[in-house]
Design a protein around this ligand. Structure first.
Ligand code: 6R9
Length: 581
């Protein structure tokens, strides 16, 4: 246990007494910290940007973009103006409220402008991960009925050109020229159209329950699910920014997640802006030496990162960390996958600050369970439910009824009582899968966990076959489908193979068609095929040829059995798997 002494914290935490705040907190009171719009409306872009642009924060830096030749600072008033210009561009193209805007770029300023400009215009925004290959991109653009896409010339030429015809709803593509390759027929160059656009546009008077963001996430089977989030979600982003990330006005905040994943949007864009703080955006990939440099040089005070990154820093050795000092750093949080107790301690020893694990999902829109600054840390635990959040461990009884498990330390499904503002409002066009997530008032996360006698929650494993690799959620079905498009592949079963560094790596078991023989050349060819289609973020790292794939009587591939074999467990003994996965 890491004991906290609130009096000794350099900055008094926003949440001085976790349990006491939970007793008095109301969402209505949190909502009162936002402006709202006349007539009961709410717009995330107004709360995050425009209201600050006309107040004392106008000249405060909203984003510091790293990755170009020199850091580029964008103030709240500049961000507001750029977002308005982008909204004006959309309007000029006939893109309005409820239309769908997708963004596929690296972490460049245009991504942030497009997201906030889209929201300003009342357009629904869906950021995609730039390391997706053409197939996951096409699937998401199609499911989401994309009307407009913002991307770069390099992404366009490599991925969009070949799938564009498959997405008939896609009316406009705006490109940022990132490789000097010049105009592409059928696209508009973003720079020039932005230069011509006016920044004097009326904010869309969106309602709190109007769709704002669409985040795709993966399930065990079938197509990706588009989790619908509404403008009201900003209330959770505000309160979790305050309580779980402890944001204070002078903070320099660095969320290392990409907006193509939910963390990078909720906490890489919205929450810090709601609090009027300065955020660091680093366009580069992980690099231990550079990351320590960013923390030190830009005087990051609150840092939100992920277990894989922390494990990579641990591996890089303490010397690199000690090449700098971090006098500004005061709070470190982590999310996305289980955080090893040793990583919590590593933070305390090497950086002088323990790492604070927290838990949530694409569906929950914001942090639900957290180790907050004043709360003692039990390393290995995800912490306690935040103010406004009620969590429980539940199980189905013999009749299929969901029952709350009251006894401590009993494993069951982690459930959250519905009612927090950033809960998804549905899966796009998939009412059935959405309904299946609930039992009465309880949202079932699909994660297995325990709660101890003191009320701390402990992650046990996922109840399904979804893979978490480097914090990124990957659906095995999407990978299997892409593999089966290779002429040699008859069938494929895909699992997450435990990995010390990235949590799990994607591994595929492949059954070849008649006439193809296993061999190194074919294995590499299948790996390359998958990488081309799916992109580096999703493609398997390992392919193993098999003679048979284990199946249920109904013909479904038993991924759990594949995993048991991989782990050298007795095949009948998949119970260990359930809790270990
Ligand atoms: C925010 C985000 C959600 C899944 C979730 C769980 C896993 C998230 C975790 C954690 C252990 C934590 N997860 N936080 N597992 N400890 N602190 O990651 O959203 O990409 O939708 O993933 O990630 O399995 O259900 P998303």
């Amino acid at each position: 246990m890491i004991r906290k002494d609130v009096a000794s914290l350099r900055v008094p935490p926003n949440l001085a007494d976790h349990d006491a705040e939970r007793r008095t907190f109301t969402w209505a009171a949190a909502r009162a910290h936002l402006d709202g719009l006349p007539g009961g409306g709410l717009n995330i872009a107004h709360e995050a940007v425009h209201r600050h642009a006309h107040g004392p924060l106008a000249d405060h830096v909203a984003f510091r973009f790293l990755g170009g030749e020199a850091p580029r600072d964008v103030t709240y008033s500049e961000l507001s103006s750029l977002s308005n210009r982008f909204a004006c561009v959309l309007r000029g193209l006939g893109i309005g409220r409820g239309d769908r805007l997708f963004v596929l770029t690296g972490r460049i300023p245009e991504l942030y402008t497009a997201v906030l400009g889209g929201l300003t215009n009342g357009t629904v925004v869906s950021p995609l991960f730039a390391a997706f290959g053409p197939e996951p991109i096409a699937t998401r653009l199609t499911l989401g009925s994309a009307a407009v896409l913002v991307t770069t010339t390099s992404q366009y030429r490599r991925k969009i050109a070949r799938i564009r015809a498959d997405v008939p709803t896609l009316r406009h593509v705006l490109v940022v020229d990132d490789d000097g390759s010049g105009p592409i027929p059928g696209t508009l160059e973003l720079g020039p159209v932005m230069a011509e656009a006016s920044d004097d546009v009326a904010l869309a008077a969106t309602g709190p329950e109007e769709m704002a963001l669409l985040h795709f996430t993966s399930g065990t089977t079938g197509r990706p699910k588009g989790a619908i989030h509404v403008h009201e979600a900003a209330v959770t982003h505000w309160s979790t920014g305050r309580f779980a990330l402890d944001l204070h006005p002078d903070d320099v905040f660095w969320c290392t997640a990409d907006p193509g994943w939910v963390t990078g949007t909720s906490y890489g864009i919205i929450a810090p802006l709601l609090h009027g703080v300065t955020s660091i955006v680093d366009a580069g990939d992980f690099d231990a030496r550079r990351w320590y440099g960013v923390l030190a040089e830009h005087r990051v005070s609150v840092w939100y990162t992920a277990p894989t990154a922390i494990r990579m820093l641990m591996k890089a050795g303490p010397e690199l960390a000690h090449a700098h000092s971090y006098p500004a750093l005061r709070f470190i949080a982590s999310v996305g996958e289980p955080l090893n107790p040793s990583a919590v301690w590593w933070g305390a020893e090497v950086l002088g600050l323990p790492i604070h694990d927290n838990y949530w999902q694409t569906e929950t829109g914001g942090i639900m369970i957290a180790n907050t600054p004043a709360l003692d840390i039990k390393p290995g635990s995800m912490g306690k439910p935040l103010p406004g959040v009620e969590a429980a461990i539940v199980r189905r009884d013999a009749n299929g009824e969901v029952r709350i498990v009251d006894a401590p330390d009993e494993e069951g499904i982690l459930a959250l009582r519905r009612g927090w503002p950033s809960m998804m409002r549905g899966y796009l066009d998939d009412e059935e899968r959405y309904r299946a997530c609930f039992a009465g008032d309880w949202y079932l996360t699909g994660d297995l966990a325990t709660r101890d006698a003191d009320g701390w929650f402990w992650f046990v494993g996922r109840a399904d076959d979804v893979i978490k690799s480097a914090g990124h959620l990957i659906g095995p079905f999407e990978v299997e489908s892409a593999l089966m498009e290779h002429p040699a592949v008859a069938e494929a079963g895909v699992i997450g193979k435990p990995d010390e560094l990235v949590g799990e790596v994607v591994k595929a078991f492949v059954l070849l068609r008649e006439g193809f023989t296993p061999g190194e050349a074919l294995r590499l060819e299948i790996l390359a095929h998958a990488r081309r289609r799916l992109g580096a973020a999703v493609a398997p790292k390992e392919v193993e040829f098999v003679d048979t794939l284990p199946r249920t009587r109904s013909g479904k591939i038993m991924r759990r059995l594949l995993k048991a074999r991989e782990l050298g467990l007795a095949e009948g003994d998949t119970s260990t798997l359930e809790s270990g996965g």
